[in-house]
Ligand binder design. Structure first.
Ligand code: NI
Length: 173
């Protein structure tokens, strides 16, 4: 947080470049980084690349019993459509804002569309933690970090203070 590259609008990826070595290596780099730091997701601007590319995925984890699993997804040029006006606040963390958690309002049900690493269309309707992760990641493509979405800063603080027991701590990203 504080790096101006996190505040930019990311550029779409031309569909005929998805198969290029540059984009495929970027996808591998994002996945490697996400798994190395145990994140639930990662967006290209977080590693300094101003492209519309996010990855996410999360096995149901005994460390975070409250979060359901999300399938590993590579999502290029995403478009999100809220399917309900209803938003719900829940905890989020971000690999670009380490050591902090905050409660963020997000749409509870969304449709998201985009392309996978083979250039095939993705079109899913999701709810809950899956919908939250997608909204968080796609915010990185429009220069938004989750603290900019926090409404009530009484629910914002250091992870180890808010959640002294690790098993109660929500996942980051
Ligand atoms: Ni993030």
């Amino acid at each position: 947080m504080g790096d101006p590259r996190l505040l930019e609008i990311a550029n779409p990826i031309s569909l005929d470049l998805i198969a290029s070595q540059e984009v495929q290596l970027l996808i591998d780099d994002l996945l490697d980084t996400m798994y190395t730091v145990n994140g639930a997701g990662l967006a290209a601007p977080q590693i300094g690349v101003n492209k519309q590319l996010v990855v996410f995925g999360f096995d149901k984890n005994p460390r975070y019993p409250l979060a359901e699993g999300v399938p590993e997804t590579i999502l290029i040029n995403p478009v999100i459509t809220p399917l309900s006006d209803v938003q719900e606040e829940d905890w989020e963390g971000c690999l670009s804002v380490p050591g902090i958690r905050g409660k963020v309002p997000r749409y509870i049900k969304i449709r998201y569309q985009g392309y996978d690493r083979d250039g095939q269309p993705i079109d899913r309707t999701v709810e809950g933690f899956h919908a939250r992760v997608v909204q968080h990641e796609c915010d990185h493509l429009i220069g938004k970090l989750y603290p900019m979405r926090v409404k009530d800063f009484s629910n914002f603080g250091f992870t180890e203070v808010l959640f002294p027991n690790l098993q109660d701590s929500p996942p980051a990203e």
